[in-house]
Design a protein around this ligand. Sequence first.
Ligand SMILES: NC(=O)c1ccc[n+]([C@@H]2O[C@H](COP(=O)([O-])OP(=O)(O)OC[C@H]3O[C@@H](n4cnc5c(N)ncnc54)[C@H](O)[C@@H]3O)[C@@H](O)[C@H]2O)c1
Ligand SMILES: O=C(O)[C@H](O)[C@H](O)COP(=O)(O)O
Length: 373
Amino acid sequence: MQIFADENMPLVQQFFAELGDVHLFNGRTVTAEQLKDADILLVRSVTNVDAALLAMNSRLRFVGTATIGIDHIDQQYLAQRNIPFVSAPGCNAQSVTEYVLSSLWCLAEKYQWDLTDKTVGIVGVGNIGSRLAKALQAMNISVLLCDPPRAERESSFVHTSFEQLCKQADIISFHAPLTSGGRWPTRHMLNKETLLSLKPDCALINAARGAILNNNALLADVAATKSRRPIVLDVWENEPDILTALLPYTDIATVHIAGHSVEGKARGTEMLYQQYCQLQGIPANQQLSELLPIPAMEKVQISANFGLPDVQNLARLLYDVRRDDAILRQHLAEQGFDRLRKSYPARREFSSLQLCGNSVPDYLLQLGFGLAQ
Ligand SMILES: NC(=O)c1ccc[n+]([C@@H]2O[C@H](COP(=O)([O-])OP(=O)(O)OC[C@H]3O[C@@H](n4cnc5c(N)ncnc54)[C@H](O)[C@@H]3O)[C@@H](O)[C@H]2O)c1
Ligand SMILES: O=C(O)[C@H](O)[C@H](O)COP(=O)(O)O
């Protein structure tokens, strides 16, 4: 069995080597010729899997993407060829949630906000959006939820239309998939017109897909607006060739790494392995919990004096998004977007830290921290 995998897929050897020969490729530059002998193809978000890429391969029997987003996969084409396709839903939802929380804490510190006075609009309330909403509500921060597909499916879902959310929210965080067709397309849903309907100082966070925000329209808006709008961008239109003219207007700018926690990336690989084994009816012998490195910090004692203002200090033991913002600003020009993603330093999720003590507040567990046994 010939297994072809993106070279940026952690633990792929450990999970897949028992199933065949694992060959690694550069996800951005891989060609049809390189993949002609693949039985299994494992990709990340930078590889468009379509008729052109698979034109020379007649033996492929499984395609997996170790990501949540699937806008780079031509699913219709794979279905036509009867090639099973799987993704990794939710694999890095906690990682993105922690990225957004860290960004909110940084903005709150910079602009001296009390986040409990703010209303956060969440666009797309799936794995990431609902996890973020739960975390914010646990810290008494108001949320507005916008998810038309869910509103149609679930009578109990409290939906705010995107138009209303634009008018009411103090901060908008995008967590919808990138779609161009269908009833609720998201491509350029934030554009020249919808930007005009926002509160003048409404902060924007995009850790979904770059093209959900029309980057040129956003640049025109922030360049023209006198009251500066706080902006956090992890994803960009046209990656890796991003609109660098936007950078001076961003508070936090990163190289599409919101989902790149150690756990988030490795979970993606594990989910592909598990789904392949299930499809083949073979046992999944490898377990992520046995392969993850021991975290640098394992336990923290929480005292009865711990309060909500201490949460961000605790979180900063593990992650501060300003580190990643500095990486982009200092190194983008000489290293480029993709190289910075490839050399991304390790970041562990909140769950890697076990909290000890008799008075660990429930909101810390809602945020994803672990509880020592
Ligand atoms: N920056 C990163 O590193 C990173 C990491 C993971 C995922 N992502 C992106 O985030 C997206 C969301 O991830 P998820 O795991 O929450 O996906 P999900 O599929 O669990 O949830 C997406 C939600 O968006 C909703 N939706 C669809 N169209 C909408 C619209 N027009 N308006 C509002 N909501 C709409 C869906 O109904 C769904 O509930 C992914 O599709 C991916 O593109 C980015
Ligand atoms: O969709 C996803 O899961 C994320 O955007 C993912 O983190 C992208 O990372 P990549 O596959 O490009 O490394």
